[in-house]
Design a protein around this ligand. Sequence first.
Ligand code: AMP
Length: 254
Amino acid sequence: MQVYKSIETWRKARQQLSSGPLGFVPTMGALHAGHMKLVERSIQENKHTLVSIFINPTQFDNNADLQHYPKTLDADIKLLEEAGVHTLIMPNASEIYADDYRFILRENALSKQLCGQHRPGHFDGVLTVVLKLFNLVQPNKAYFGKKDFQQYLLIKDMAEALFLDIEIIGCETVRAKDGLALSSRNTKLSIAERQKASLLYERLRASKPIDDIAGALEKDGFKIDYVEEHADRRFAAVWLGDVRLIDNVEKHSV
Ligand code: AMP
């Protein structure tokens, strides 16, 4: 696996990359089976697969969350190498934001709802960095998890609105045996919180009105950001201690 930390070196290598479809999986590292599902799909569908690890500061609305975001770089590299990834890029924030974040990509509708309502500026950061990474990588296909369904929708819409020649592919959420959606942040849960966390998926799938579900989650001890229905899905964001968990399910699976 080729590893690039410098944007300039990567861009030179990109020009020399042999032809054939390039699949891209953007991540913030601390990789788990959810990330690897995207990677495996990209490897199946493309000649080259490139993964990025970049903890994007502009999408954090809370500095402590950014500082404490899990980092497992050695294990990440091993996983990616074993999976057969061809290229890993790990750019620096100073290079990605050489413009000091003067240029921001903003969506004005969906990005203000659900998570956007509770994390001001979050999706501006996500869309801006994904567009920068798309320009650097120039992939044919890019893979995103439906665990972050709102993010997936926004990126799909962005690609269409900006005429990007990139196919955006959504991959199903990978869950632990007890139903909890895998997330890098799960490692921050205490043993008791981790046990309780599986109730989020269980409650969300109950065929009950969302107000009842929110009530049940509150009784379980979750602090609720939102439980809402949007289009044909049901979305929730909740807190256990200082760990924020999100999940979503299709309404007809309820
Ligand atoms: P992150 O490192 O959290 O930015 O996630 C990188 C990509 O992996 C995003 O497209 C996520 O939606 C996706 N992802 C994270 N967790 C899961 C999961 N449990 N199942 C499927 N995809 C996931």
